[in-house]
Design a binder for this molecule. Structure first.
Ligand SMILES: [Zn+2]
Ligand SMILES: [Zn+2]
Length: 282
């Protein structure tokens, strides 16, 4: 499969602060990230065999390197008789995504089992009892949203610490609150974005893992990054002291760079951020 990718680029599999991320991300070519721990797929530039089992898909925006796999995915799931999948897309892009799927259904004379779920910043989607997805604002050339996966815990109220189980059960029965909700931001992903994203969405700095596009790296590409609303390495350097994340996975590098060039460029990142940086490379 790797022969379809530029030299040294292609499938990546890594673990960032305990969170496994697998996929491909090459700007303008293809992006998808499998998050097996969350049973969720982020983006799909196309639909390779091993993503068909994911029934929740988060699509940040309509550029084809992120969404081209949609109809292919729907068609192949239908062929395999898999249950309804939900596809989260930015609300403004939902009508076009739906219309596109309808056209494909007509072309194929079949009905797909996918539900397009329009999402906007501030929306929340429960993935499991202990896992929630919040929709973040995006900043790109087309309607875009970001995604934040958080672990949800119910913690005993501090004033009840030391009380017996029976007493707490009685309180709960009486309807009194005994726990409070605690959210631990696990992974944030803003989709493709310009550097305005850091002001629009400061949550990015605080998630355990930040999956951040960094399409452009070299000084001669600064204007290109601005023009196409992508992150340039300089944008990361300018905020190097603000990243509180345990791991920052840099991804979506332009296909003009080979892996050695990418690794060389990333050496400009200073400590203590540098040791937490992981390039999304094979
Ligand atoms: Zn892209
Ligand atoms: Zn894009």
């Amino acid at each position: 499969m790797s022969h379809d990718y530029p030299p040294g680029r292609g499938r990546v599999s890594l673990e960032a602060a305990g969170i496994p991320i697998e996929g491909v991300s090459i700007a303008g070519h293809e992006s998808f990230y499998k998050l097996p721990g969350f049973r969720t797929l982020l983006e799909f530039g196309r639909a390779p065999e091993d993503v068909l089992g994911f029934s929740t898909v988060c699509v940040s925006h309509g550029h084809l390197d992120h969404i081209a796999g949609l109809a292919h995915f729907a068609s192949r799931r239908r062929l395999q008789g898999l249950p309804t999948a939900r596809i989260l897309v930015p609300a403004e892009a939902a009508p076009d995504a739906t219309e596109w799927l309808r056209a494909c259904e007509r072309l194929e004379r079949i009905e797909y089992d996918v539900e397009i779920v329009p999402v906007s910043p501030g929306d929340r989607v429960r993935l499991r009892n202990d896992l929630e997805l919040a929709i973040l604002p995006g900043r790109h050339r087309v309607p875009t949203v970001g995604f934040l996966f958080s672990e949800v815990r119910q913690k005993l109220l501090p004033e009840l610490a030391g009380k017996g189980g029976r007493e707490i059960a009685a309180l709960r029965e009486s309807g009194a609150p005994v726990t409070r909700r605690e959210e631990i931001p696990l992974l944030a992903y803003p989709g493709d974005c310009g550097d305005e994203i850091f002001d629009a969405c400061p949550e990015l700095f605080r998630a355990r893992v930040l999956l951040l596009e960094c399409s452009f790296l070299l000084p001669e590409d600064r204007d290109r990054a601005r023009e196409y609303a992508h992150i340039h390495l300089d944008d990361v350097l300018a905020r190097a002291d603000r990243f509180e994340n345990e791991a920052v996975v840099l991804t979506h590098f332009s296909q003009r760079y080979d892996p050695d060039e990418i690794r060389r460029a990333l050496r400009a990142i200073p400590e203590p951020l540098a040791e937490r940086i992981m390039p999304f490379l094979p």
